[in-house]
Design a protein. Structure first.
Lengths: 177, 443
């Protein structure tokens, strides 16, 4: 219940924030990024990481940011509002070398190239630009935040993306099974 | 053949109970089936709602009402579903409703219920990893009661059929029992009639036999009597001519023998009911009283004589022959009591409405009843049956002629009376004579 209440509050806050952002851009992230932050926090239930991806049953989900951070404190709030089996730990990475400890990795603008070694690690990469290839790419369609999923890349990384999430994607890249 | 007693109706009651039970069972089963079906129907819609809820978690989480609407629209293929809705924490994100059905409002709590007009409403929570993120609601039309009832019609018909079969079987059973009872009644009556007929035929044969013997022996006796009379007349002439000499003795002997022969023919005529009788009104009680001395004398010392003479009415008969009858019966009684006993002589006036037991030939009417009973050896059934046959005797050779009872019987019958014999071995014998009361014609 508390989660739900928080959610409602959050939505209301989002709407207020939208109004606020219109005249106060820069200091606070736009509504777009508030929604994206929330979606980032909500992704984890639809992703299956391979066994051994977490150190223990209580280990947190590491949600990492690389490059520019468009969310600020909104992401930390969204992550904190999620009531899941694991806590979501938001980590802002100074260097791509630490990326292999991430479960979800958001690649912001001007994010440095990822090391080759990360290719085989089960790290779900997320971006919001065509320029930065990622497994999930946020796009804007009809004033809604939607996403394109590269299921092929995810599968290569050993990740399984829920069909429920795939059903919401406006496009899914699938390689040969 | 044994039949249930007439009052017994238990098979009918039992069958009626069984039929009622069957019907009741049918109704209970139909109701149970209906409840089960109703629950199953609710369950199936709830399952549908749960499937939808599981499908729309991502759509709710990522606020994708278009995707949610696609899931909701998939339900339209089921015509029973009237309305559906997906609700997130913010409100309705997807819904549809058929024309005439109000759109669903955001539900308050999960649950399934059926309203009176057969509308099933179900709401299930949408859960994401253990916590509620929204609700899915469905409104569906249940099967109308008329259609449901139609499905149980077969069951009810089956029960009714069984009841009907039992009823029909029962009716025919009752009819059979009553028919069997009728048949058995008719059978019993038939056997009774056959028995009576056999008895009547036997009596008729006996009387015809007696008739034949009587006519034959009577005819012979008449002719014989005439011959005896001729012989006697000639002997009488011879006696006159012979005078008093030694030859007279032969004539007297022959004459005595002829007298005995004449007596014999008289007795034959008596049982053949052709003897010459001179009936006159007599009081039988008086007659017995007058013979008491003679009877006591002939009975002997070892036999007690008891008399009970109450008859007052007069009868019409030949007094001498009646005395002979009485003497005959007394002698028979004496011979039946070699060790001594009691000889009872009773008379009384009696009006018979119907034939007395064991003497069916006696016609109803007013009689003077004379009975001679002893406490002697009695007779077997076979002997009793043949007792009045002429020449039938149980006495030793030369002691009896076998004509005593038969002449008595012949005399009584000739006098329009009846003679019955009541006897059993070691129980004594009772001879009863019914003489019709003399009708006073003058007064």
């Amino acid at each position: 219940m508390t989660g739900q209440t928080a959610r409602i509050w959050h939505a209301v806050a989002g709407a207020i924030v939208l109004g606020a952002l219109a005249c106060n851009a820069g200091a606070q992230p736009s509504l777009e990024y508030a929604v994206k932050a929330e979606y980032l926090a909500k992704l984890s239930p639809f992703i299956d990481w391979p066994a051994g991806s977490f150190d223990s049953a209580a280990a947190p989900i590491n949600l990492c940011l690389l490059g520019a951070d468009p969310f600020g404190a909104v992401l930390d709030r969204a992550a904190g509002a999620e009531v899941l089996a694991r806590v979501i730990a938001v980590r802002r990475l100074p260097s791509p070398d630490l990326a292999d400890s991430c479960h979800i990795l958001y690649l912001g603008a001007a994010a440095p190239a990822l090391p080759e070694a990360l290719g085989g690690r089960p790290v779900l990469t997320v971006s919001d630009s065509d320029a930065i290839p990622a497994m999930i790419q946020f796009v804007i369609r009809q004033n809604h935040v939607r996403f394109i999923i590269d299921e092929d890349a995810a599968r290569r990384a050993g990740l399984h993306i829920s069909a429920k999430l795939l059903a919401l994607a406006i496009a899914v890249k699938r390689g040969p099974p | 053949m044994t039949l249930p007693p007439k009052g017994s109706r238990w098979p009918v009651g039992l069958a009626a109970g069984a039929a009622l039970l069957l019907l009741l069972l049918g109704v209970v089963m139909a109701h149970y089936e209906d409840t089960l079906y109703s629950q199953q129907q609710q369950r199936s819609f709830q399952d549908l709602a749960e499937i939808l809820a599981a499908s729309v978690t991502a759509a709710i989480e990522f606020d994708d009402s278009k995707a949610a609407q696609e899931y909701v629209d998939a339900l339209k293929v089921n015509p029973a579903i009237l309305a559906a809705g997906v609700f997130s924490a913010q409100g309705r994100i997807a819904a549809f409703n058929r024309s005439g059905i109000a759109p669903l409002a955001r539900p308050q709590s999960p649950g399934t219920r059926e309203s009176g007009d057969n509308i099933i409403s179900t709401t299930v929570p949408v859960e994401q990893k253990g916590h509620v993120v929204g609700f899915v609601s469905l409104q569906a039309a249940g099967e109308p009661p008329a259609r449901r009832m139609a499905r149980y019609l077969g069951l009810i018909l089956l029960g009714a059929m069984a009841a009907l079969v039992i009823a029909v079987l029962n009716l025919s059973q009752v009819a059979l029992v009553s028919r069997a009872r009728q048949l058995s009644d008719v059978n019993a009556r038939l056997r009774q009639e056959m028995l009576e007929r056999a008895r009547t035929e036997e009596a008729l044969r006996q009387s015809q036999k007696m008739e034949a013997i009587g006519q034959l022996s009577g005819g012979i006796a008449h002719d014989f009597n005439n011959l005896i009379m001729i012989a006697k007349g000639n002997l009488m002439l011879l006696r006159r001519r012979t005078g008093l000499n030694e030859h007279l003795r032969f004539v007297i002997n022959a004459d005595a023998a002829l007298d005995r022969a004449a007596g014999l023919t008289q007795r034959i005529l008596a049982f053949s009911r052709q003897q010459a009788l001179t009936p006159r009104p007599i009081d039988i009680s008086e007659l017995v009283r007058g013979m008491a001395d003679l009877l006591r004398h002939s009975a002997g010392e070892t036999i007690a004589i008891r008399t009970d003479l109450q008859a007052k009415w007069l009868v019409s008969c030949d007094a001498n022959q009646m005395e002979n009858v009485l003497l005959n019966l007394a002698i028979n009684a004496r011979d039946a009591m070699p060790e001594g006993g009691t000889l009872a002589l009773e008379t009384r006036d009696i009006v018979l409405d119907r034939a007395p037991d064991g003497a069916e030939e006696v016609q109803p009417g007013s009689y003077v009843q004379l009975s001679v009973s002893d406490t002697g050896l009695g007779m077997s059934e076979e002997v009793r049956h043949r007792a009045v046959d002429p020449f039938f005797t149980t006495k030793p050779q030369g002691k009896g002629t076998g004509l005593g009872l038969s002449t008595s019987f012949g005399f009584v019958r000739q006098s329009r009376g009846y003679l019955t014999i009541d006897s059993a071995p070691a129980k004594g014998t009772r001879i009863t004579i019914y003489m019709p009361k003399l009708q006073e014609q003058s007064t």
